[in-house]
Design a protein. Structure first.
Length: 217
């Protein structure tokens, strides 16, 4: 977008951006988990509800089968989440190192949920990740550009507007990101735009935990 802004007038660019955003809004399709991972998670959920280690084990085995035998990325992602959570019923403590190893492999394959999750861990400096707002911003904008993730666009806009990364408060880019998030009805985007971008006065959010802040929107 920086090249486009450099070679065309402000009005022409605004029209171009709006056309691109509206087009993207219509081509985005819901991301659905694979049937294999959904079935595995259903077994794990049922097993925990009825207190059956055998049913939970069947679900976990199905996730591993999907990850190793079928290279199912959804199954690998859910296996990572299960490892991170651990299991009180099974007596398994959280296995952060294993969870992050799987997440890292998914990240290299460009799997968007892994990109988004990694960005949040980097933003908060948690889950075994060292805090790195610049890398978080890069991942979020990759998520937007490659996967059209509107939730990532919202957070990237906030990071830039809050100046969490020095030198990235580019209002044209912020407007593009927040507009995309608003068009896709991301929770909290319209409110943030009105109160922190369009209000004419900047107010810091002073967020202590971004993952919790996003969940609260």
């Amino acid at each position: 977008m920086r090249v486009i802004w450099a070679v065309c007038g402000k009005i022409q660019c605004s029209i171009m951006i709006k056309k691109r955003l509206i087009t993207a809004l219509f081509i985005i399709q819901p991301v659905l988990a694979s049937p294999l991972s959904e079935g595995a998670l259903r077994l794990i959920k049922i097993g925990n509800e009825i207190g059956s280690p055998a049913v939970v084990t069947n679900g976990q085995s199905l996730l591993l089968k999907g990850m190793f035998k079928f290279n199912d990325l959804d199954s690998a992602y859910e296996a990572s989440k299960q490892a991170r959570l651990g299991s009180a019923l099974m007596g398994h403590p959280p296995q952060i190192a294993i969870a992050n190893k799987i997440l890292s492999k998914l990240l290299k394959q460009g799997y968007d949920p892994a990109i988004y999750d990694s960005a949040l861990y980097l933003l908060d400096g948690g889950g075994g990740f060292a805090k790195n707002e610049l890398m978080a911003l890069k991942l979020l904008e990759e998520s937007v550009e490659v996967h059209a993730n509107a939730q990532s666009a919202f957070i990237a806009a906030v990071i830039r507007n809050e100046s969490l990364v020095p030198g990235t408060k580019d209002m044209r880019r912020i407007d593009e990101l927040i507009t995309y998030a608003v068009l896709n009805k991301v929770k909290g985007a319209t409110k943030y735009q009105a109160q922190h971008i369009d209000s004419g006065r900047w107010r810091s959010l002073k967020v202590k935990n971004w993952r919790k802040w996003i969940a609260s929107q």
